[in-house]
Design a protein around this ligand. Structure first.
Ligand code: CAA
Ligand code: NAD
Length: 302
């Protein structure tokens, strides 16, 4: 009897309708993998032009996935792409978009004031049962959740770029995240094909807390003139088995992003030398050289 009532309540609580707010690099990937898993997605962007760009980038990524999954049966691949795209509905109205949502995943720009404004509005509009999550890279989940009246139904769901390829999902619990919410997040991560790990609400969670100081140390090594960026990258790929060297990865993630993370953490923890901002990175960012997305960072791209 206990077993049956448990499974009934799990089935009742299964997440089927997901609203993703922000359709940039990360949000488009989150919407894509959710739709690939058969769930309904509402993807919210700031205007119709950006929504169009988002739809195009999802279509391009889905074509890559289909090519791999259906290499012997391209017609099934086309069906997979059409069906997956059919589950994603674009919207420019965040308030209307959360009315039917079981889960809201926020992936807008990394700015606490803008995230606060969004979550205040969403909290007033969404049903009380809707779970909220942020995909923030560097901000505190508890601080983001503080403006809502559902701190027990709020946590972090931190994905990795490129979302359709990277298998990991970090599930972040604040001291106020309820067990039920945490379990629902873990089950949802599994349902979309990710491997979940759990971390407390600490700066950078697991991956970025290790990766950002590592990338910063590589830049310090280059700034001291110990080795060239190219040689440091070759060393870490061939000597440590990393898929990308630290400069390739910095350019891939975006120098503006890494610089923003370092500056934010340095402000909060000025005594920690690992978070000291980097001269060469600050200069590149001030020149608009953000890495691959702007055509130049530590390397140049055609
Ligand atoms: N959508 C769908 N499929 C994609 C894709 C995308 N956006 N990008 C790559 N792929 C697929 C390709 O189609 C390819 O598939 P096959 O193996 O079937 O051919 C496969 O992934 C590998 O891609 P490529 O051959 O183009 O290139 P690669 O072998 O160099 O792999 C990579 C690319 C997966 C990005 C790899 O270089 C890698 O793992 N790099 C490290 C990425 C990383 O560390 N990410 C985390 C960054 S930190 C972060 O995200 C957190 C944060 O908060 C800042
Ligand atoms: P991005 O700039 O590519 O995308 C952000 C999108 O949000 C933009 O398309 C923008 O139009 C949209 N947006 C901004 N305000 C909005 C609002 N109020 N409503 C709806 N849409 C809005 O950024 P990104 O790299 O996708 O990062 C998004 C979030 O994910 C950030 O919190 C970031 O820290 C985190 N993150 C980034 C990475 C990464 O490698 N870039 C990895 C993991 C997590």
């Amino acid at each position: 009897v206990i077993k049956r009532s448990f499974s009934t309540s799990m089935a009742k609580n299964a997440i089927k309708n997901v609203t993703v707010i922000g359709g940039g690099l990360m949000g488009s990937g989150i919407a894509q993998v959710t739709a690939q898993a058969g769930q309904n997605v509402t993807l919210v962007e700031v205007n119709a032009d950006v929504l169009k760009k988002t739809e195009t980038s999802i279509a391009t990524s889905l074509a890559r996935v289909a090519k791999k999954l259906y290499k012997d049966k391209p017609s099934d691949g086309e069906k997979f792409v059409a069906e997956t795209r059919g589950r994603i509905k674009g919207s420019t109205d965040p308030i209307a978009s959360v009315k039917q949502a079981d889960l809201v995943v926020e992936a807008i720009i990394e700015n606490i004031d803008i995230k606060h404004k969004l979550f205040k509005d969403l909290d007033a509009a969404a049903p009380p049962t809707t779970l909220f999550a942020s995909n923030t890279s560097s901000l505190s989940i508890g601080e983001i959740a503080s403006v809502t009246n559902r701190k027990d139904r709020f946590g972090g769901l931190h994905f990795f770029n490129p979302v359709p390829v990277m298998k990991l999902l970090e599930v972040i619990r604040t001291p106020e995240t309820s067990d039920e919410t945490y379990q629902a997040f873990m089950a949802w991560g599994k349902s979309i094909g990710k491997v979940c790990i759990t971390c407390k609400d600490t700066p950078g969670f697991v991956v970025n807390r290790l990766l950002v100081p590592y990338m910063a140390e590589a830049v310090r090594m280059y700034e001291r003139g110990d080795a060239s960026a190219r040689d440091i990258d070759t060393a870490m790929k061939l000597g440590a088995g990393y898929p990308m060297g630290p400069f390739e990865l910095n350019d891939y993630v975006g120098l503006d992003t890494t610089n923003f993370i370092l500056e934010g953490w340095h402000k909060k923890m000025p005594e920690n030398p690992l978070f000291e901002p980097l001269e060469s990175m600050k200069k590149l960012v001030s020149e608009g050289k953000f890495g691959i997305k702007s055509g130049e960072g530590y390397y140049k791209y055609d």
